[in-house]
Design a protein around this ligand. Sequence first.
Ligand code: NDP
Length: 315
Amino acid sequence: RKGSVVITGASSGLGLATAKTLAESGKWHIIMACRDFLKAEKAAKSVGMAKENYTIMHLDLASLDSVRQFVDNFKRSGRPLDVLVCNAAVYQPTAREPSFTAEGFELSVGTNHLGHFLLSRLLLDEMKQSDYPSKRLIIVGSITGNTNTLAGNVPPKANLGDLRGLQGGLNGLNSSPMIDGAEFDGAKAYKDSKVCNMLTMQEFHRRYHEDTSITFASLYPGCIATTGLFREHIPLFRLLFPSFQKFITKGFVSEEEAGKRLAQVVSDPSLTKSGVYWSWNKASASFENQLSEEASDADKARKVWEISEKLVGLS
Ligand code: NDP
């Protein structure tokens, strides 16, 4: 049978490019988990995905009710879950004030981390029941959360500190909207959320890989300077950033190439190792990359996991 893969945020950028690549392989049915049904439908059509290869299901990661509803709808659909790709993200580098999810969590960490945390925890049982030979749970990471790299050292740097803001619920009322308890900074909140994504992947691996044989993985697909992720940046930045990445840092990858990379992590028979953060070299060959000290801190991973469980109502 075809593999059945859920991709969050498949309505644009990396998620859409990945959906397209997998659809074209003929080996996958893609469940596009998106907050805007019409946009997702148009996006699927615009890249020429054949109707029988995808299904769109509503998911707004900025609402835990919506996450639970999605999981119920998915279970009712009767489809197996073979691979889950947590890809959606928001990035608000120019925001002066924080915005919040339905439950009142700062939006970047609330969407990118907490929404995906609940989703993947609730869908783990579905994955356990699948008879697919190579089941995978993939959480898209980023180099920007990695302070052991050049790009990760552009200020403001990711730093989860002692987690006091997360502990307080990131609500901006009786706690800071930032994980480390500091003043709001939209670019940093995004980087922090990506560190949480990478810590979560490793904690999943430690807790569940042996018993379930599910592969848990993260990746940095390269800098895809053309995606909607930069839609909230200032116009001059949006104009110059793709050329900067192409000619100066040489980290630029097209959406199509990045989609192929993520599709490899979904289905390539050679990328089954669990607990790995994948990157690609200049010749587009995959390799196991090193995470920064904070992004590989097992103690912090456990704490983030436990606090997140409380925030999303799992404990
Ligand atoms: P895009 O902005 O193009 O795509 C993000 C997707 O997330 C969109 O489909 C968007 O939906 C969706 N999304 C946002 N908020 C929600 C929500 N509340 N509920 C459901 N879906 C939501 O960005 P990219 O493709 O660049 O980003 C994809 C992933 O790649 C992210 O995890 C990002 O961190 C990562 N990444 C990107 C890099 C880059 O250089 N671009 C580099 C490294 C990692 P909608 O279409 O409705 O807006």
